[in-house]
Design a protein around this ligand. Sequence first.
Ligand SMILES: NC(=O)c1ccc[n+]([C@@H]2O[C@H](COP(=O)([O-])OP(=O)(O)OC[C@H]3O[C@@H](n4cnc5c(N)ncnc54)[C@H](OP(=O)(O)O)[C@@H]3O)[C@@H](O)[C@H]2O)c1
Length: 285
Amino acid sequence: MEIEGRRVLVTGASSGIGRETARAFAAAGAEVVAVARRAERLAALVDEFGGMVSVITADLGEPGAAARVAERAGPVDVLVNSAGSETGGTAWAVGDRAEARRMFEVDWWAPLAMIAALVPGMRERRAGAVVNVTSIRQVLAWPSLGHSSAAKAALAQLTSTLRLELPGSGVSAIEVIPGPVDTPALGASTLLPGFVELLDEMLGTGTAAELAGLIVHAVQGDHERVFYPAETVEHAYRHPMELRAAITDAVREGGGLPDDLADTLVVGPDSPITADAKAAWEHAR
Ligand SMILES: NC(=O)c1ccc[n+]([C@@H]2O[C@H](COP(=O)([O-])OP(=O)(O)OC[C@H]3O[C@@H](n4cnc5c(N)ncnc54)[C@H](OP(=O)(O)O)[C@@H]3O)[C@@H](O)[C@H]2O)c1
């Protein structure tokens, strides 16, 4: 798809992968609708790109918010679902707590609400793309990451299904599968002992700006998936049992989850501990 002059809605545009993706589409000549909660960060995109970027501030953790955003945005050619939330903690510590339900609202229901609102218009115009940012977490297990892996696995399945529902429509469904990417979300993952280090060792850590360039390229070329960092993450995706075995060994060697973490919500959307870890990560860059 030609990018110039297209209207691109990017969720999570205030930080990390979403922010760099919004910048990359604007630089390629698209009109970008940037969505997130932090207005001042979205305003920085307007300062950088002027009228190429418009802003909708919204909390996608609130049921109904995504549909309202899509209605305000009007016709959209490319939808990028990048907003992501965090929940980390054992299955019994997190259970179905409000924090976990909120994470699913952002990571699962908001992308679906956007798809429901925007894909019919794309089909009518016989042109469009849906880009869902999932994660290599969809194929691996790690203590405390069950909810988060499940949300990403669900969105991955949805994206594959959507692709099968759209042939011949002119609308593509693209899955972006990041391994570790240097953003504040990775800072939150440092609250899970050993996780970031092991993934960095096995997959390497990439940058949001480089991944954003690959996302624009994938929309231009109607690619099905973007793996990043490319070779290691694609290998892990195609041979997940190798990564799973290495993780099992690492968890056994490390003695499992420390007792003090087993009974608490370690990472939660909007928890001050998570916010501090993300801020410290950004501050160190
Ligand atoms: N970084 C990695 O290593 C990595 C690896 C695999 C997958 N991913 C996925 O990549 C996507 C982007 O993450 P990132 O690494 O770029 O993280 P990030 O820098 O922390 O950005 C997360 C974005 O999501 C937005 N967001 C979070 N909760 C929201 C809510 N309730 N309503 C609206 N927006 C919300 C944030 O905006 P506000 O706070 O301003 O609302 C922010 O713009 C996520 O889906 C994440 O799961 C990241």
